[in-house]
Design a protein around this ligand. Structure first.
Ligand code: 5GP
Length: 192
């Protein structure tokens, strides 16, 4: 998605540890026009997949997935990282290794909101090692829900999460694919 690539090139910052900061427009301060276009693009890609629910993980995925959910006209469900009083006692639980925080945490999704009749589109802001997406896939599998695909805003291809997801036979579509971030220089896959 050229608009997203252009914005990463303009406002993205590369930090040590292969971290790309896009918090001026994607996951801290949010540009609603860009996110609306991202939601529309995910709809264009997955509109014929019979999606009944969008699943993401708090907190960065929520805004992105919410814009997309409006285009699909389906509910957005997000996995919670804490077991707050808002959550029922009957949950699907998966363990996720955090790429940015270097810890392992559990994510919870209430059994009330994910069913075997659901056809799920998993969305997130980044794909690095694939742990967050694999945790959400695990939750769908526990619910016997069908996984229609995984949609990612920014895939860091050199961290190989994509191979793990495609290796499971799951459709993965990323709007911007980064091949390399050496010396603070971002190289996109489709960039000559
Ligand atoms: P994974 O689980 O695929 O290793 O990493 C994906 C998760 O880690 C995403 O939910 C995202 O929040 C975070 N993440 C991974 N890489 C980056 C990065 O370069 N920049 C930012 N801002 N977040 C990242």
């Amino acid at each position: 998605m050229q608009e997203l690539i252009d914005r990463i090139q303009k406002d993205g910052r590369v930090y040590p540890g292969n971290i790309l900061k896009v918090d001026s427009f994607l996951n801290h301060q949010i540009d609603p026009i860009l996110l609306d276009h991202i939601g529309e693009e995910f709809f264009r890609i997955f509109q014929h997949e019979g999606i009944t629910k969008i699943l993401t993980i708090e907190s960065s995925g929520i805004a992105i997935a919410c814009f997309a959910a409006k285009y699909f006209d389906v509910p957005l469900l997000f996995a919670k990282k804490t077991k707050s009083i808002n959550l029922s006692d009957d949950n699907y639980i998966a363990s996720v290794d955090s790429y940015t925080k270097k810890t392992t945490y559990q994510v919870f999704v209430s059994k009330d909101y994910l069913r075997k009749t659901d056809r799920v589109l998993i969305l997130d802001d980044f794909l690095a090692n694939g742990c967050a997406a694999l945790g959400l896939i695990d939750i769908c599998e526990q619910a016997f829900a069908q996984i229609a695909g995984v949609g990612i805003c920014i895939e860091k291809e050199f961290q190989h999460g994509g191979e793990k997801i495609r290796g499971k036979g799951i459709r993965l579509e990323s709007l911007a694919v980064i091949q390399d971030m050496k010396d603070g220089q971002i190289t996109f896959k489709n960039q000559l």
